[in-house]
Design a protein around this ligand. Structure first.
Ligand code: ADP
Length: 472
């Protein structure tokens, strides 16, 4: 359940946190992006409209001015005067005859570059409603009207306004608006991400607390969060109820296992006793009968051992181990157990000690059971000619006992689970390749009962090292 990550590199792609952040970031990009786009468009419209009105007024006024001047002077001079009056550096006018000859033009046209003027002059038709037109990086709003004086068509009047400076300013503004929008999106998303992270923290805490609960403390486990929102508190309460129900059923299961083991062990021991006594008086048994009785006796013995293991675990679960803790010299104790183990096995078992004799407080019988179990496994899971070594050491205030073999080893993916009840690497449950998978869970339970720890290091094909650490 190690799922929640702080590191950006280890982000969980399916987490609620990431989904909420992506959702809100997308939403703010869409909203702020739309507002920025709409604002730019609106500003452009306002800019163009203000110039449109201006050039429309000029296009309407020029014929009236030309009419007035024509009454006082030559029509051509009147036209020139009217054009000059309405012209300024940004507003340009020219008149084209119906056969596209320039009749009159603003003097300020000469201020523009030749290519710009040439392109503007080459326009033959002008829109009646003003439009924006781009020529050589310059922007113009332009429109055209037929010019009639006293009912006579003089040609087409072109009214053009240079809006390059405003347009440049407008582009800069849009640019700034874009930068501000991006910054706003980043700040907003970061603030929201922080808020989401804080809001989801109680859930993470609940997750971590639940993760720490193990089968042994189901009964006492209580999930409580101080400043969590009501929904999370409700969830914690529901989980607490679930834990209490789990604890009850776990308790019932333990009692059941304990009772059934107890009930089965007694009659089975009697059966085993009878089988042994019959086998001892084997004079009138046939070969087949004797073999059948031997198989029955060995199976009964194996089942009695299994029931004893189950009973030991059930007692440990209900804190009824009743350990007889006394002080012993570790080196002597291990030596005695090795001598005992060597009686039943032809395997070479050596002891390597790096320390002076040290005193440990243990239950002698239980530690003997633990070490015999580890020797039994080392023998069972290695070739007959390979040695088994006990290494004794001291690390700070801990006595270390290592049982090393040069056997088959345990695959890495199984190493964390071999201390679980009924867990076996070879799942086939064949009697030839091991027991029921209770040995190491008993080892762990007993060692923990004595205040120690047990762990394994193993390499496939090279062997295994079981390390027991006991308080001195
Ligand atoms: P079992 O009764 O099957 O021996 P244990 O709890 O003692 O059960 O061991 C669990 C599993 O761990 C075994 O099935 C075996 O595969 C593996 N195992 C235990 N000790 C060793 C060892 N010394 N070398 C290799 N595998 C081992």
């Amino acid at each position: 359940m190690k799922r929640i990550k702080n590191n950006w590199l280890n982000i969980d792609r399916f987490s609620l946190e990431l989904r909420l952040i992506i959702g809100i970031a997308t939403f703010s990009v869409l909203v702020l992006g739309s507002i920025a786009t709409w604002t730019s468009w609106k500003m452009q419209q306002i800019l163009i409209n203000s110039h449109k009105q201006n050039i429309e007024q000029i296009a309407q006024r020029l014929p009236q001015d030309v009419g007035i001047y024509s009454q006082m002077m030559q029509p051509e001079t009147g036209l020139q005067k009217a054009i000059n009056n309405l012209t300024n550096t940004n507003t340009l006018l020219w008149l084209k005859s119906p056969d596209h000859k320039i009749l009159e033009k603003s003097a300020t046209l000469d201020l523009l570059s030749d290519s710009t003027v040439a392109e503007l002059m080459s326009l033959t038709k002008m829109p009646i409603n003003p439009e924006v037109y781009k020529v050589n990086q310059s922007y113009f709003v332009l429109c055209g009207r037929p010019l009639k004086i006293q009912g006579k068509l003089l040609g087409e009047l072109f009214v053009v306004k240079n809006i390059t400076s405003e347009q440049t300013m407008f582009v800069a503004m849009v640019h700034n608006l874009g930068i501000i929008s991006v910054l706003a999106i980043i700040i907003l998303t970061s603030a929201i991400a922080l808020y989401i992270k804080r809001s989801l923290k109680p859930l993470q805490q609940l997750n971590q607390m639940t993760d720490l609960i193990c089968a042994e403390d189901l009964g006492q486990a209580q999930l409580y969060l101080d400043n969590a929102p009501s929904e999370v508190k409700e969830l914690a309460q529901t989980l607490n109820m679930l834990l209490s129900r789990l604890s009850q059923s776990w308790e019932q299961e333990r009692e059941f296992v304990s009772n059934i083991s107890h009930e089965l062990r007694t009659p089975l021991t009697i059966v085993h006793g009878y089988l042994q006594s019959v086998l001892r008086r084997q004079n009138n048994l046939t070969q087949t009968q004797q073999e059948a009785l031997e198989t029955a006796a060995s199976e009964a013995e194996r089942t009695i051992r299994l029931l004893q293991d189950l009973l030991a675990l059930a007692r440990a679960d209900s804190s009824n181990l009743h350990l007889q803790m006394k002080s012993y010299m570790l080196n002597d104790l291990v030596e005695e157990i090795v001598v005992m183990a060597q009686k039943d096995s032809d395997r070479v078992i050596t002891i390597e000690s790096k320390i002076d004799p040290i005193e440990v407080k243990v239950d002698y019988v239980r530690l003997q059971q633990v070490l015999l179990n580890l020797i039994h496994n080392a023998v069972q899971y290695s070739e007959a000619n390979t040695p088994i070594t006990f290494k004794l050491d001291q690390r700070q205030d801990k006595a270390i006992i290592q049982v090393c073999d040069q056997g088959y080893g345990i695959p890495l993916q199984h190493q964390a689970r071999i201390f679980e009840r009924f867990y076996r690497v070879d799942k086939s449950r064949s009697h030839a390749t091991g027991g029921p998978g209770l040995g190491l869970s008993i080892v762990k339970t007993l060692i923990q009962g004595m205040g120690g720890t047990v762990s394994v290091q193993s390499k496939l094909g090279e062997g295994s090292i079981f390390t027991i650490s006991l308080p001195i």
